[in-house]
Design a protein around this ligand. Structure first.
Ligand code: FCB
Length: 480
């Protein structure tokens, strides 16, 4: 299929804008570690990611996030970019080690001041906020990280202090971002910080993250926050590579590992049934108490859904690769991620398969039915190798990222169709859509090699250049 023309893309923007339900929130998302930089300022403590990036071979381009996008020093400029984008809401995360350098004790004033400034600027720009309390930057001082049950308690204490301090200023609170990724990439496969390769023995980290979520929900509410409280989970529909029994069985196993272990306890108050024959793999989870499950399964005000791509699973240990990096640990598993040759792919190699966004929403509705609270798409986006060009007539800096526009257009369309149609997802109360990401940033193990931004960032001098996708999203916002 030929790529759409610029006018066709504008027409799509107008169409999508006109289809957004009244009150639907349009937003853009970032996370602290990926954009802030200033890792040694204001008495900020070290996070597991600071430690991880200094270990040789961990980050694809050998980089650190010491400066990232220099957002810490460019808050005003970045909020101005959000304002002129014409969207309603900004999803950002609080850096735990900037606020509690050791993961405990009083909030550090320099950290509080930084976020007060951000929130002041957002207020002045007329934007609401969706603040994530934990987007992966665990204070390194917390012994054992999320493998230790005590970290859940420390996180709850942090949530309470944050609720007391910022409770009247935040539009919505997300406790934890993608516990699945933290568990699988960070504790099972060692691709992310802290780099542990425990495979199935990583499951206690999952439980402690979920427990941390539950304790934080309670703490935020006890602190009297005015905004709604939820969690952000990444969902990826899982399909077997073939109809062979083993492929089907491992696909079912992966669905449990990636999706259900993190959504079922939160929404249903119980862990999913382990597929037959795989029970022994889950023994590290041990006996889970009813008290823990009650905490984890407290009713939420919203459910945050991150969607990027589907996953295809085949039996047998295949090429040692995960979506964002090679992992030797992955190669030791009895299954592997298989390719999607029938779809075009993003810079990361992820398949561009918008119809699976509809599948993810259908699954959510089918599995959780009436207990599913209102849903926000808290992340959706794509990386492409964008480059700055100079307009020959005006000399203006431009980034022509038509592929990102097409990704966003097809995915927003798929989400709106699924949730307004006659299928299972029609029952979902979809309240908003946040693009990942406002800015090109530090993409974890991939360093600065993957650009997800609506705004291009030059990582040498931090110049911001709005891309064509930025103007496109603005047109969507204007067309409401
Ligand atoms: C998600 C993360 C986010 C970003 C995108 C590309 O898993 O939540 O920080 O890395 O992927």
């Amino acid at each position: 299929m030929p790529a759409p023309t610029p006018e066709e893309r504008r027409e799509l923007a107008r169409d999508l804008g006109s289809r957004l339900p009244a009150g639907f929130v349009l937003g853009a998302a970032t996370s602290a570690f990926q954009i802030e930089g200033a890792t040694h300022e204001g008495g900020r403590g070290e996070s597991v990611w600071d430690a991880f990036t200094t270990q040789p071979g961990r980050i694809l381009d050998g980089s650190t996030a010491d400066r990232a996008t220099d957002h810490f020093h460019r808050v005003d400029e970045d909020v101005e970019l959000l304002r002129t984008l014409g969207i309603d809401s900004y999803r950002f995360s609080f850096a735990w080690p900037r606020l509690q350098p050791e993961g405990k004790g009083a909030l550090r004033q320099a950290g509080v001041d930084f976020y007060e400034r951000l929130l002041d600027r957002l207020d002045a720009a007329g934007l609401t906020s969706l603040a994530t309390l934990f987007h992966w930057d665990t204070p390194n001082a917390l012994e054992g990280g999320w493998f230790a049950r005590d970290t859940a308690q420390r996180f709850g204490d942090f949530a309470h202090l944050m609720g007391e301090r910022f409770g009247d200023r935040i539009g919505s609170w997300a406790t934890i971002n993608e516990p699945a990724t933290v568990t699988l990439e960070g504790y099972a496969l060692g691709v992310h910080a802290p780099g542990a390769t425990r495979l199935f023995n990583a499951l206690p980290a999952a439980h402690h993250l979920l427990l941390g979520h539950g304790i934080a929900v309670q703490a935020l509410r006890a602190a009297g926050v005015t905004g709604g409280v939820g969690i952000v989970n990444v969902h990826s529909p899982v399909v077997p590579a073939t109809d062979a029994e083993t492929d089907v069985a491992f696909a079912e196993l992966f669905d449990v590992l990636h999706n259900r272990i993190f959504a079922d306890p939160v929404l249903l108050g119980s862990y999913p049934t382990v597929p037959e024959g795989f029970e022994a793999l889950f023994s590290a989870l041990g006996e889970v108490s009813t008290a823990d499950l009650q905490l984890i399964g407290q009713p939420l005000d919203f459910y945050g859904l991150n969607y990027y791509a589907p996953t295809r699973i085949a039996a047998g240990s295949g090429a040692a690769s995960t979506p964002d990096g090679a992992s030797a640990a992955m190669a030791s598993l009895p299954f592997h991620l298989a390719a999607w040759p029938e779809y075009p792919s993003t810079g990361f190699g992820w398949p561009i398969a918008p119809e699976y966004f509809g599948t993810a929403l259908d699954e959510l509705a089918t599995r959780y039915g009436s207990v599913l609270p209102p849903v926000f798409i808290t992340e959706n986006g794509a990386s492409f190798p964008d480059a700055v060009e100079f307009d020959p007539a005006t000399g203006e800096r431009q980034v022509h990222d038509g592929a990102r526009i097409d990704y966003l257009a097809s995915h927003l369309d798929a989400a709106l169709r699924a949730t307004s149609g006659g299928g299972a997802a029609g029952a979902i109360d979809l309240r908003g859509y946040y693009v990942w990401s406002l800015l090109d940033n530090f993409e974890w193990a991939a360093g600065y090699t993957q650009r997800f931004g609506l705004v291009h960032v030059d990582f040498a001098d931090f110049t911001r250049t709005p891309k064509d996708s930025y103007r496109w999203l603005r047109l969507v916002a204007e067309s409401r």
